[in-house]
Ligand binder design. Structure first.
Ligand SMILES: Nc1ncnc2c1ncn2[C@@H]1O[C@H](COP(=O)(O)OP(=O)(O)OP(=O)(O)O)[C@@H](O)[C@H]1O
Ligand SMILES: [Mg+2]
Length: 368
């Protein structure tokens, strides 16, 4: 989204902002923000209003724009109006989860999002980053074998005369840590996706980064790199029983995160979400899809969950002109692939997960 122009920030205007402690020591303003209404502000936003809680979005009123005409100087002075609840756009957030998240973000705790496949962990992290005007850095841990893989990978290429030369290629994490050290006024949210799927020994090496020592070994310089306070980590783990064998995060590692449990959004909310994204489909069809997904998610003996990607995929098929004519009769065939296809086995083999799911679908559709 584009940067706000100074004309858009009029004195007296009420806008949304999230403040952090002003990194400049001895400043007369304790709080500082870089974004207004989710867009980058033309000047730094400062306040000394004691009602402000760092890390919590609030509404403010613009009191005065200092040195309005100087492009690279001046500041926007604001006063607190009220707190706003933490509600990222387009994402359903459980009210309790939302409160816990607020506390973690305020106190700079690392967060561990723990929930089944496709329940919204990644969209949530993305939304939080956006809502707080943080730079979001995605990193998938599944490919990490050695500790240094978190920060750099080694690439071999042909050098002069064809002799092999090895180079370090920095990962997104290392690039972000360097940027965070260089830009103390910006905040970085490092998302460690699928943390449970990387090698245990590699994960161990990341641990000092996450506790109070806040440093990590940088293989590209052979030095320890400081992790500044403007970097926060959110890790996601997928604890479906399918992964129970590899969950492998030990107590000491878990202890460095504030764990937050997530589950699938309630059926009413999932229906609302899908109806908003696929208005071409009638409410009845969407209700049927979500109701079936809900029944399947309640089956206790399946090896994995049924993602919101599956219900969304069914909607995408059904709204296509090829299926538009008779959606109800197309529904079973579509669910055979979009739902049963996500489980092991075959839809017509009742001894498998896919077959058990098909039985539930068939029975429910007969009831209709
Ligand atoms: N609470 C939610 N609010 C909005 N969209 C959601 C929510 N939960 C799931 N979705 C939808 O489901 C899709 C999958 O969500 P997401 O990728 O965040 O799941 P995940 O928990 O990270 O899954 P995985 O464990 O496979 O990484 C998203 O594209 C999004 O459209
Ligand atoms: Mg994910």
């Amino acid at each position: 989204m584009s940067k706000l122009s100074i004309e858009e920030v009029r004195e007296g205007r009420v806008m949304e902002a999230t403040f952090w402690l002003n990194p400049v020591d001895g400043e007369k303003f304790r709080f500082r923000a870089t974004h207004l209404d989710g867009r980058r502000a033309p000047k730094v936003v400062l306040s000394d209003d004691a009602r402000i809680t760092p890390g919590t979005p609030c509404r403010i009123r613009v009191k005065k724009i200092h040195k309005k005409d100087r492009k690279h100087r001046g500041w926007i002075e604001v006063e607190f109006v009220e707190r706003v609840s933490f509600e990222p756009d387009g994402v359903y957030l459980d009210p309790v989860v939302s409160k816990k998240l607020q506390v973690c973000l305020e106190s700079g705790l690392n967060i561990l999002l723990d929930g089944p496949q496709g329940c919204g962990k990644t969209v949530l992290a993305r939304a939080i980053g956006q809502a707080l005007g943080m730079e979001l850095v995605f990193f998938n841990c599944a490919a990490v074998v050695e500790a240094t893989d978190f920060l750099a990978t080694i690439q071999v290429r042909a050098g002069e005369g064809g002799a092999p030369v090895t180079d370090f290629v920095k990962t997104e994490i290392l690039t972000a840590l360097e940027a965070a050290n260089a830009n103390p006024g910006r905040r970085y949210l490092v998302f460690l996706d699928e943390l449970n799927r990387c090698q245990e020994s590699a994960r161990n090496a990341l641990m000092p980064a996450l506790d109070s020592s806040r440093r990590v070994f940088d293989p590209t310089t052979n030095r320890f790199l400081e992790i500044p306070d403007n970097v926060l980590f959110i890790a996601a783990v997928n604890r479906g029983s399918e992964f129970s064998g590899t969950f492998g995060i030990d107590a000491a590692q878990l202890d460095r995160f504030a764990p937050i449990q997530m589950t699938y959004l309630p059926p009413e909310e999932e229906e609302r979400l899908l109806a908003g994204r696929h208005p071409e489909l009638g409410k009845k069809v969407i209700h049927a899809i979500v109701d079936l997904a809900d029944r399947i998610r309640k089956m206790s003996d399946l090896a994995s969950g049924l993602s919101v990607r599956a219900t969304e995929e069914a909607c995408i098929f059904l709204k296509h002109p090829l299926f538009e004519e008779d959606r109800w009769s197309a529904l079973p065939e579509i669910l055979k692939s979009s739902f049963c296809g996500r489980f092991s086995g075959a839809w017509n083999d009742t001894t498998t997960d896919a077959g058990a799911v098909w039985l539930v679908i068939e029975r429910a559709l007969l009831e209709e």
